[in-house]
Design a protein around this ligand. Structure first.
Ligand code: XMP
Length: 565
């Protein structure tokens, strides 16, 4: 990490540390490019005298695949550190980064189309092992004398693949294996330098290797779970071909990060905002272990949190971590700010401002604070587009929640910026955080306010909070909480007619939303069992005063969004 003082992100809110909130942080390219560069240069990671476990790395060149991040996560599951870089990173730069291996991702283009993304062909001569996946394989084969064609026998979905030659990439596999294909193009012909390793009925080169160079290609996707042998294949590539020694262990990461944090912070004080979510909790847990009493946590209780959320964070950070915890009781302030507002963006704006005010007022009371800790994760870093070697920023829905005052002047500490969400969760467990916090579904910064369509009032918040708690309790009781990605209740600004006992009622409608998603950019509604939906509905109608109807949201994203506002 650079030693220069880091300017705080200038606009947009950046204290609430849920991953989704961080989308807001990067809204509009807020991180000045030069700062980002100094901060993000992977080479600067290695500045410390100590060899970092991240120094043994594999690079994924991103050709626009929806699976690039998944490939990187799979590599890390094999305990090898992995970074995603732009597809056209120069071969000299790759040499500088000294990766143990290179993976060329898939992508939506056709290699023979004008303007199709290409890699620097010199990378094939670096002597670094290369694995091309789908488009990446086609690119490698084409660059080294083969021909790629559109095939009438497109393959999408499961396919049976026959291993035709013994080799180190497919070691441990023989006969037929099930693989996941998704391609319209395929390698029609390879140069004499290549050897076919596997084939399907319609794809003669489902896996190939170069005879002399350590270059391999897979037409199928080893990174998806529909290729059951995918982990074996990636493991073979990493261990046998790249000779990685599997240094990337979260326990070591924690130890190393704690040491680095101690060295960087010295005698100074760090402020860390707690949001109730896992990322901020893990940052605080790491810092608590690194610098103990020099850490001050701030929890702004805006009255828009889920049931029991503030209480569990307070319990954890006072009783377990014994942190210097400042709880700002700001329920009334937020209610006042939201009075009469129905427009979702206006709600966000006002919540953002109120939050910044509360946070900075409290921060100003903490003497000697020099650093501000944030739970920025690797996907946020990639998607900000601010990395020197990283892929370009992806277009992403942002949720801007207001602006930071310019006079807040802390140096940023972002100890999770190398990690994926699943790694953060595992790290949280290792650091002793309870499962309840570690596995909590993500929650938007503006909280229940954007799940309460229409005006936010104290009474409506009570209704929504109770209904939401029932949704979560029942999904947990059915053992489906970890299978679903986000499940919650929404209070609609609609009354409907009902009958309770002999009386006619005219009461609120609650919508239940549960989605399954890998990355929250796309999502499917969860196909929950009918009995579970029935239990949720019965309990909400019986237990939550003022609600007489429950509906289930069966919309996917796109075209709907996950939240209703
Ligand atoms: P949507 O509703 O856009 O949500 O499909 C995608 C993810 O972002 C979260 N989300 C927000 N997070 N501030 C946040 O910090 C917001 O204003 C906001 N709106 C949505 C949402 O919960 C989901 O995880």
């Amino acid at each position: 990490m650079g030693e220069a003082k880091q300017p705080i992100l200038r606009t947009s809110h950046c204290f609430v540390i849920e991953p989704a909130c961080l989308q807001a942080v990067f809204d509009g390219g807020i991180l000045a490019a030069s700062d980002a560069r100094a901060y993000n240069d992977p080479l600067s990671h290695g500045k410390a005298a100590m060899k970092r476990i991240a120094d043994e790395r594999v690079l994924v060149l991103d050709f626009g695949s929806q699976y690039a991040q998944l490939i990187a996560r799979r590599v890390r599951e094999q305990q090898v550190y992995c970074e995603i870089v732009r597809h056209d990173v120069r071969a000299e730069r790759i040499r500088e980064l000294a990766p143990m291996g290179i993976i060329l991702s898939g992508g939506p283009s056709s290699v023979y189309e004008p303007g199709a993304p290409k890699c620097d062909p010199d990378l094939f001569r670096l002597g670094v092992p290369v694995l091309g996946i789908c488009y990446g394989m086609q690119l490698a084969c084409e660059a080294l004398g083969g021909r790629v064609e559109n095939t009438p026998a497109r393959e999408y979905g499961r396919a049976q693949c026959r291993v035709v030659a013994e080799n180190e990439l497919l070691a441990g596999l023989s006969g037929q294996i099930q693989v996941w294909m998704s391609h319209g193009d395929q390698v029609a012909q390879v140069s004499d330098d290549f050897l076919p390793l596997a084939a399907t009925r319609t794809c003669p080169f489902a896996a190939v290797r170069h005879r002399e160079l350590p270059i391999y290609g897979l037409q199928f996707h080893p990174e998806v779970t529909h290729t059951p042998a995918g982990a074996t294949i990636l493991g073979n590539f990493l261990a046998t071909v790249c000779r990685c020694s599997r240094l990337w262990k979260l326990g070591d990461f924690a130890r190393q990060t704690i040491e680095e944090l101690r060295a960087r912070v010295g005698e100074d004080r760090v402020i860390c905002g707690l949001s109730g979510g896992v990322d901020s909790a893990v940052v605080a847990a790491l810092l608590s272990q690194a610098i103990g009493p020099q850490l001050s946590c701030i929890l702004v209780d805006n009255g828009l949190l889920r049931k029991g959320e503030a209480a569990s964070v307070i319990e954890e950070f006072t009783n377990h971590f014994r942190a210097d915890l400042h709880v700002v009781q700001a329920q009334e302030k937020f209610l006042a700010a939201l009075a009469g507002v129905v427009d979702p963006q206006e709600k966000r704006r006002r919540i953002g401002h109120a939050f910044i005010e509360c946070f900075s007022d409290e921060a100003a009371r903490i003497e000697g604070a020099r650093f501000l800790a944030q739970g920025t994760l690797y996907p946020d870093v990639i998607e900000s587009g601010g990395l020197v070697d990283g892929p370009a920023a992806t277009i992403k829905l942002h949720h801007n929640v207001g602006g930071l005052p310019d006079d807040l002047d802390f140096e940023l500490i972002e100890p999770l910026r190398d990690l994926f969400k699943d790694e953060v969760r595992r790290l949280g467990l290792q650091l002793g955080l309870p499962e309840e916090i570690v596995w909590r579904h993500p929650f938007p910064g503006p909280g229940l306010a954007v799940r309460l369509v229409g005006e936010v009032t104290k009474e409506r918040l009570v209704t929504l909070r109770e209904a939401d708690a029932i949704v979560v309790e029942e999904i947990k009781a059915a053992g489906l909480y970890r299978k679903t990605s986000q499940a919650f209740a929404v209070l609609l600004p609609v009354q409907s007619v009902g009958v309770m006992g002999d009386a006619r009622t005219y009461q609120d409608v609650v919508a239940v939303r549960s989605i399954d998603s890998e990355d929250f950019m796309t999502a499917d509604w969860s196909h929950l069992p009918h009995e579970l939906l029935a239990a949720i509905s019965t309990r909400i109608i019986n237990e939550v005063a003022g609600v007489n109807r429950v509906v289930y949201d069966v919309s996917s994203k796109p075209p709907a969004t996950i939240e209703w506002e």
